[in-house]
Design a protein around this ligand. Structure first.
Ligand code: MNI
Length: 475
């Protein structure tokens, strides 16, 4: 009964969200494609294809995910990933006020080196859910902030079955209100946060593999919600944090997330413009999450739920592109989407999201690289159904500007404007099983095909400033 009512409310909300988004889209057509990409040190446009790694880091005593170098080799071989959104936490970086844990950063650096050796790019994600582990005495619910930065002012936190409902508990809301200093009692906390990031940035500034910092996972405004929160304290925190980072690191991208509640379900963002003080082009990106409400509540991707989810994906993509434009035509990485892949139609949903990301020009970090029902492997290492869905052809690094790309079984099409200044060639990942006799390429010259890694390297001759289309099919 309660479940039915909740489902009804959720369905009504999604319908409203979709209707609102459609109305908004009719009023003001937004961009159809992101306007720019993250680039590597060779001046190539990057397409991110990887995981958030991993949820197991949220509450582990050492703050590290349950993830080995062999695990990285497995995903590299099985899905051709080139990117990771790697979870770090404030509780580990700054265990007591002003004291930084170098041992923890050494451990993170060791993992970063595994990725670097294999040509990956890394985004460090300062993770939190429900503020911190200190919101309940058993530490079983939240994660992220240190205990010393958790001020609940004696307000209660009751128990729930659904983890998201802890966000509505008075103690949790107060912990956020104190961080955002809506209470006026803790102006020091955001300075600590910015300085903690500065410390992380100082450590990784010279590590080429680290290309981005995801400044805060799924921000939540406590009692201050929506545009007031996003345009106010959230934008201000991002500005303070980027200013602090730029004192020690001029080049790494800063990735901004919107408020999670609402935006993850397809509602718009009110995030304000953030100025990048670095010399030259700004390096700010947008890293939203996508969790359509029907699937958050455990529905599959079939029938009426599929229709609502499709409408949510459309509305969500429109909102993302508008926000990316408002932030200054910034690149977009879909920092999280994911689901229990035993649900009906789960792999069709995965396909739909990856197709949307290709069409709109977003990179993707699937949530998550944990074992079990949402992940690619069982805990004994057995491959799950997700592996096939994520093993897709994609352009890894493009010597020019990407204007369009798409891929399907045994084929990939890439339209790009070649850049003569790029100092390395275009690389395309192809699942080797789909190309048993290697690839055939139209519009470019093959430089190398490495079936073991699935990497095709091509030279794409320019046609003046016109877009060039490269077509790859199975030979
Ligand atoms: O779906 C959410 C989410 C729902 C509701 C709220 N609020 C009420 C503030 C916030 C967030 N999050 C989805 C995923 N994000 C974490 C990691 O960042 C994953 O464990 C969740 O599945």
């Amino acid at each position: 009964m309660v479940w039915g009512a909740r489902l009804w409310a959720a369905t009504a909300l999604v319908a409203l969200v979709a209707a609102g988004a459609i109305a908004a889209a009719v009023r003001t057509p937004g961009p159809e494609h992101v306007a720019s990409s993250l680039t590597d040190s060779h001046g190539r446009s990057l397409v991110q294809h990887g995981f958030s790694t991993a949820g197991s880091a949220k509450s582990s005593p050492d703050g590290l995910p349950d993830f080995t170098e062999d695990d990285l080799d497995a995903e590299h071989t099985d899905m051709g990933t080139n990117f990771v959104r790697f979870l770090i936490s404030w509780r580990m970086v700054e265990p007591s006020p002003g004291v930084y844990d170098e041992g923890y950063l050494d451990d993170v650096a060791e993992r970063v080196s595994w990725y670097a050796e294999r040509g990956y790019h890394v985004m460090l994600d300062m993770h939190q859910d429900l503020w911190s582990m200190a919101i309940t005495p058993d530490g079983a619910h939240g994660n992220g902030a240190p205990e010393w930065a958790t001020y609940m002012d004696g307000l209660p936190v009751a128990d729930h079955d659904m983890w998201e409902l802890y966000y509505l508990e008075p103690g949790v809301m107060r912990a956020f209100d104190n961080f955002w200093n809506t209470t006026g009692k803790h102006p020091e906390l955001q300075d600590h946060y910015a300085k903690a990031w500065q410390h992380v940035a100082e450590r990784f500034a010279d590590e080429d593999a680290v290309v981005a910092y995801d400044l805060m996972n799924e921000p939540y405004g406590g009692t201050m919600q929506g545009p007031r929160f996003e345009a106010g304290p959230l934008t201000e925190l991002y500005q303070t944090t980027i200013d602090a980072i730029r004192q020690v690191d001029a080049d790494t991208w800063a990735c901004l997330e919107p408020q999670a509640m609402g935006f993850n379900w397809g509602l718009p963002s009110g995030l304000g413009f953030v100025d990048d003080p670095r010399a030259g082009q700004p390096r700010i990106a947008f890293c939203p999450h996508l969790y359509p409400l029907p699937m958050d509540l455990g529905d599959g991707y079939t029938g009426a739920s599929k229709q609502l989810v499709d409408a949510t994906i459309d509305a969500w993509a429109g909102n993302v592109l508008r926000t990316a434009e408002a932030l200054g035509d910034v690149p977009v990485i879909l920092g999280e989407f994911g689901l229990n892949t035993t649900l009906d139609g789960a792999l069709d949903y995965v396909d739909a999201v990856y197709d949307m990301a290709a069409t709109t020009g977003m990179g993707v970090a699937y949530w998550s690289r944990d074992d079990g029902s949402w992940g690619p492997y069982e805990s004994d290492g057995t491959e799950r159904n997700l592996v096939t869905a994520l093993n897709r052809a994609y352009p890894r690094a493009v010597a020019g500007e990407i204007t369009e790309w798409s891929s399907g079984e045994g084929e990939l099409t890439l339209t790009m404007i070649p850049d003569a200044d790029a100092t390395a060639s275009t690389e395309i990942y192809l699942p080797a099983e789909e190309f048993p006799n290697g690839p055939e390429v139209d519009g470019a010259v093959i430089e190398a095909w490495l079936p073991d890694s699935g990497i095709l390297t091509v030279n794409v001759p320019a046609k003046g400033a016109d877009p060039v289309t490269v077509t790859v099919t199975a030979a």
